[in-house]
Design a binder for this molecule. Structure first.
Ligand code: SF4
Length: 384
């Protein structure tokens, strides 16, 4: 039986997750002519290689430990990770090198960003992962590292030897006023001398213009992340006088303005908006994974999620026989974990003919949308 996709496709529109709303940002008199801006309100006049690959959704996020000696009031770490010596690659818990490599292959990663917690509390682990990734994916697999510490020359030499490409220092706020005379200045100088691209990455807060002037003087790039409310830092942000920019975003009011002020004195600058991470980075990463994992009958949405139909419960044999009797091509469905997963438009088309019979045996017909990996998060379930 010939299955038409049209009408069901129109219906599908209701299934797509909501888009991040674009909010007009305040740039504090910054000459935006010199900046590239995207639909999420991020803007830059310079992108490090690490950021460029992140914008393609091609950077794996390697969280090497939740341990950290700092206590930034804006720390966004979740309870699941904060203060815990755990390793994650994106959402995957890492128990072995195989786990790590599998996650990188799944998303066809072109690079990795090493973060935490404080990665350099586990330097040997960081060195091991850099070597493992470079050995598996070649030296062109770009690796950047975040650290709130000021690594000494010896540590930087080990990182450079292992193949680290880019380092981003996150000096704590109490150092901002006199960075020139701090160990962070030495660390940046040494990193540059060792051929590691060096930069600073901090939240966009008042006073960031001091960092911007310092970055300009050092000839390093400056990434300012829009300060955002998260489950774990909202109390501290409110206590420090911050409020939400609007009721449709987690951004803290005024953070973008602080970036605008800072960027008037820095020629290598990038402001990363809070919506960017969900609206672009995650979506693009999911799209990459979906390309690798989608079955012929899975619909890949523009958000990188997969949509397909499911016949579950009841008499599965009867359901399978029913599909075979009406000659549904084998490539349009599969038996998986005791359920039948099938092209959603096929199920949509068939429901009138088969629903009664299958439901009488206790089967349920649903359309599912979920993240494109094993046990990926369920985004939407629509009973037919
Ligand atoms: S350095 Fe990072 S992980 Fe550590 S407290 Fe600050 S924000 Fe949190």
């Amino acid at each position: 039986m010939k299955i038409e996709k049209t009408s069901a496709e129109n219906q599908l529109k209701v299934y797509r997750p909501k888009k991040a709303l674009y909010i007009k940002k305040e740039y504090a008199g910054l000459d935006m002519e010199k900046f590239t801006e995207d639909e999420t309100g991020s803007f830059y006049n310079y992108l490090s290689e690490g950021c460029r690959l992140c914008q393609e959704g091609a950077k794996m996020v390697l969280f090497v430990t939740g341990l950290c000696p700092k206590s930034c009031f804006y720390c966004p770490l979740s309870d699941e990770r904060r203060g815990k010596d755990l390793v994650f690659a994106n959402e995957r818990s890492i128990k072995s090198d195989e786990d790590l490599l599998k996650e990188a292959e799944l998303m066809n990663a072109l690079g990795t960003g090493i973060t935490g917690g404080e990665p350099l509390l586990k330097t040997e682990r960081v060195l091991h992962y850099i070597r493992t990734l470079k050995a598996s994916f070649g030296k062109e697999h770009h690796i950047h590292l975040y650290t709130s510490l000021a690594p000494d020359r010896q540590t930087l030499e080990k990182l450079a030897d292992a193949g680290l490409d880019e380092i981003r220092l996150h000096p704590p706020q109490d150092c901002w006023k006199d960075l020139k005379n701090s160990q962070y200045a030495d660390a940046l100088q040494n990193a540059k001398k060792l051929g590691i691209e060096a930069g600073i990455e901090i939240p966009a807060l008042e006073g960031a213009e001091k960092i911007a002037a310092f970055a300009e003087e050092m000839g390093v790039f400056l990434n300012l992340n829009e300060l955002e409310f998260s489950d774990n830092n909202s109390k501290a942000l409110l206590k420090n006088g911050f409020c939400l920019e609007s009721d449709t975003s987690n951004a803290a009011a005024g953070s973008c303005k602080s970036a605008g002020i800072a960027f008037t004195v820095c020629r290598k600058a990038h402001f990363c908006s809070s919506t960017y991470k969900d609206a672009v980075q995650l979506r693009k990463r999911l799209q990459r994974i979906a390309k690798n994992t989608a079955r012929e009958f899975d619909e890949i949405t523009e958000d990188g999620t997969l949509v397909y139909g499911v016949i579950e419960g009841g008499d599965q044999e009867l359901a399978e026989k029913t599909l075979q009797n009406i000659e549904i091509p084998a490539e349009l469905f599969e038996i998986k974990d005791g359920k039948i997963e099938i092209a959603w438009w096929v199920l949509e088309e068939l429901k009138e003919n088969i629903k009664e019979e299958l439901e009488s045996s206790g089967s349920r017909l649903n359309i599912i949308e979920r993240y494109p990996f094993e046990d990926g998060m369920l985004v939407e379930l629509i009973p037919l």
